[in-house]
Design a protein. Structure first.
Length: 353
């Protein structure tokens, strides 16, 4: 989400296991200026858990170029919505969910939000009213949405089966977040999310003027980096070894090495993007970063080489792969009051968020 919008029991077990490691370094920032505390050898896995959701990327598969040409265009599927964000594909039975943010209301200037559902035929209905959500992701078992919820300045979950809501990350060391924006989940359940101030409205600043990146596991929230200016999109590489974060106010995308316990090392600059918003990743490790300012998606190789672009012809916010084979790239884009969903078929399957 960008400043434009501000005006207008299996998974739980994995989280608990991950928390054993995360508690060792809980509360330590991993911005690169300081390293996390050493982790006892008994708590370190041989290899870090994969970043891709289970079953999304086939083992041992090889892929060619993801784009049919250096510059391709996505077609508009549906439109007429307020401000769409956070698309996520639900494989069974097969539909796209997305947040639709309305203009800010009330004395605190908070944006109402609705989760909408679009089926393969393009029919859209309301999935959760008053969701308070922006970016969306899925738990590893696919049974819950993980939602960046700016309405109460938390990260929440929504059960897919009954749409019941619960709080996953309430605050950081007793301080309210600004307005959680986007989220990604490692295959073992570790959650990473960004916290710019785009949807904080007129509510008090509890973060001392800083915007940051956090991780959560087993009810424990740890700081990744509080020196990123307006962090926005966030994603993990398929092997779980790299965390990507877009700094909207810096026109940069950062890459953090991820340790087996979920902590992160010194960041490096992965790419330059004009207004980096949401992001998704394909099974070859290519990174699809949405440029809100340009109305297009920049596609990068795992080492940051530019591979081409996907254009929507309007301001864009986020992207996700869907369809039965997850080779359809869905992009949310448009103008305030007339946002829509765009789609294009690509050569490599990718993440559902």
């Amino acid at each position: 989400m960008t400043p434009d919008g501000s005006d207008r029991a299996g998974w739980a077990g994995r989280l608990a296991a991950a928390a054993v490691c995360l508690l060792v370094g809980a509360g330590l920032g991993d911005a690169g200026a300081s390293a996390a505390a050493p982790v006892p050898a008994s708590h370190v896995a041989v290899d870090p858990p994969a970043g891709a959701p289970p079953g999304v990327c086939p083992d041992g598969a090889s892929y060619g170029p993801p784009l049919p040409a250096a510059n391709v265009s996505a077609a508009r599927v549906r439109g007429g919505y307020s401000f769409l964000e956070g698309p996520v594909w639900i494989a069974d039975p097969g539909y796209l969910l997305m947040s639709d943010l309305a203009p800010a209301t009330g004395s605190q200037g908070v944006q109402p939000s609705t989760i909408r559902r679009m089926d393969p035929a393009g029919t859209v209905d309301t999935w959760v009213a008053d969701s308070g959500s922006n970016g969306l992701a899925l738990t590893p078992d696919g049974q819950q949405l993980v939602a960046a919820t700016h309405d109460n300045r938390t990260v929440s979950t929504y059960r897919v089966a009954d749409r019941s809501r619960a709080v996953l990350a309430a605050d950081y060391q007793g301080r309210a977040f600004n307005s959680p924006n986007d989220v990604t989940v490692r295959a073992d359940g570790v959650v990473y999310f960004t916290d710019p101030n785009f949807q904080r409205g007129r509510r008090p600043d509890a973060m001392g003027g800083r915007t940051g990146v956090f991780r959560s596991a087993g009810g424990q929230v740890s700081l990744v980096d509080d020196t990123v200016r307006q962090p926005n999109g966030i994603a993990l590489s398929p092997d779980g070894r790299t965390l990507y974060v877009g700094a909207f106010a810096e026109n940069r995308v950062y890459a953090y090495p991820v340790r087996p316990d979920g902590s992160t090392g010194t960041r490096t600059v992965f790419a330059a993007v004009n207004g980096p918003d949401g992001v998704t990743v394909d099974c070859a490790g290519n990174v699809y970063w949405v440029s809100h300012n340009e109305g297009r998606v920049h596609v990068f190789s795992p080492v940051g080489a530019a591979l081409g672009t996907v254009s929507t012809g309007a301001r864009a916010t986020n992207a996700a792969f869907g369809g039965a084979d997850r080779r359809t790239l869905y992009v949310t884009a448009g103008q305030q009051g007339d946002f829509g969903v765009y789609a294009v078929r690509l050569a490599v399957p990718g993440y559902p968020y």
